[in-house]
Design a protein. Structure first.
Length: 367
């Protein structure tokens, strides 16, 4: 089986985790928690970083930190994993779905303004599958309308837009360290920001708003949340982060090889990389056009039959029962991409012969 995307564990993971066990520092209080925040902040170039238990928690924490809640609206794509949309509902706000670009699969910044109302409080770009949203336009719109920007960078660690790391351009950015991400802690997330006040507020909320009094009692001035990552997972993350540049290099090299092998197949549209952007290619993704001769699902079946894991693009959220009544603009591109998109094997440990095997099936399956 050639898996879709599995972790790469080749460094100091066992050494650092063993250190936690040997010293009995396994909970959310421990040196690796702070070290992971410091090292991650240094890598992405943010002023502050706050670890969380997962990427979903980071997104919810971002919304809470910025005071977004009941009656507010947040503009978000429908073509995404459901986490960012659910977190909007968690805080009592409402998602408003915007269409995406056909070449990059991400939020179409040109379609944002038509959805802004007096209730709009934030824009939540999702850098799906690794390609950044046009953050220059997003930030211009946000400034014009006095809106917050929360970047869902859970799939785009290492991607850049105009030389800036995805996740560091808006007010707050959120990352995931799920097992299939560029680096993993098994489960984990990170909130980053260049606003120190937001960083302090996020950390306060994520640690149950706990204040230790002079006599060592715990005082809580408001409702808080238990979102802090334990030391064991943070230790794993520190080790993973030591290899992030190498992992990113491999991902990009694999994308180039995919492009070389698939570029001549009529009916297969390759992923774009726009000018002034670097795509981390978290999941290398293609579109199956009508010209190819068989459907997206038929191609997935052929790949699966040869023990190659592939999956369709995320099903649009606006079509799911909890969100059928949500506001949205025209979603023609969103629906079209879902019908055509396939994620191909993209693990860091993917071998060139594996990529060749995948591409041979795609080439030979064309009608």
């Amino acid at each position: 089986m050639i898996p879709l995307c599995i972790p790469e564990i080749r460094g100091n993971e066992l050494k650092y985790v063993k250190d936690c066990i040997d010293t009995n520092w396994v909970s959310s209080v421990g040196s690796y928690v702070n070290l992971f925040e410091e090292k991650f902040s240094e890598y992405v170039g943010s002023k502050s970083a706050v670890v969380t238990m997962n990427g979903t928690a980071a997104l919810q924490l971002a919304l809470l930190t910025l005071g977004i809640g009941d009656g507010d609206e947040v503009i978000v794509p429908s073509l995404t994993f459901i986490s960012p949309v659910n977190t909007i509902k968690y805080v009592g706000a409402e998602p408003v779905f915007v269409d995406v670009c056909r070449d990059t699969f991400v939020m179409d910044a040109d379609k944002i303004e038509e959805l802004i109302t007096s209730k709009t409080k934030a824009i939540m770009p999702v850098h799906i599958y690794g390609h950044p949203v046009d953050m220059v336009k997003v930030m211009q719109i946000a400034k014009k309308h006095n809106l917050f920007v929360i970047e869902d960078a859970t799939e785009s660690l290492g991607s850049t837009c105009d030389g800036k790391m995805a996740g560091t351009i808006g007010d707050i950015g959120c990352f995931s360290f799920n097992g299939n991400k560029l680096i993993t802690t098994g489960a984990g997330g990170m909130l980053v920001t260049n606003n120190l006040e937001y960083g302090e507020r996020a950390k306060f909320l994520s640690t149950q708003t706990k204040v230790v009094t002079d006599n060592k009692a715990f005082y809580h001035s408001e409702i808080g949340y238990n979102m802090r990552m334990p030391n064991l997972l943070a230790a794993f993350g520190v080790a993973q982060l030591e290899n992030v540049k190498e992992y990113l290099k491999i991902k990009r090299e694999n994308a180039v090889y995919y492009n070389e092998l698939l570029g001549g197949i009529k009916g297969i549209t390759l992923p774009a990389e726009r000018e002034n952007v670097e795509n981390c290619y978290w999941l290398y993704s293609i579109l199956v056009e009508d010209e190819y001769g068989i459907t997206r699902d038929e191609l997935i079946q052929k790949l699966n039959a040869d023990k190659i894991e592939a999956r369709p693009f995320f099903m649009p959220i606006h079509d799911m029962p909890p969100y059928k009544g949500s506001k949205h603009g025209d979603l023609t591109v969103t629906n079209d991409l879902y019908a055509r998109g396939i994620n191909l094997p993209s693990s860091v440990g993917l071998k060139k012969e594996d990529i060749k095997a995948v591409c041979e099936i795609i080439k030979n399956s064309k009608k």
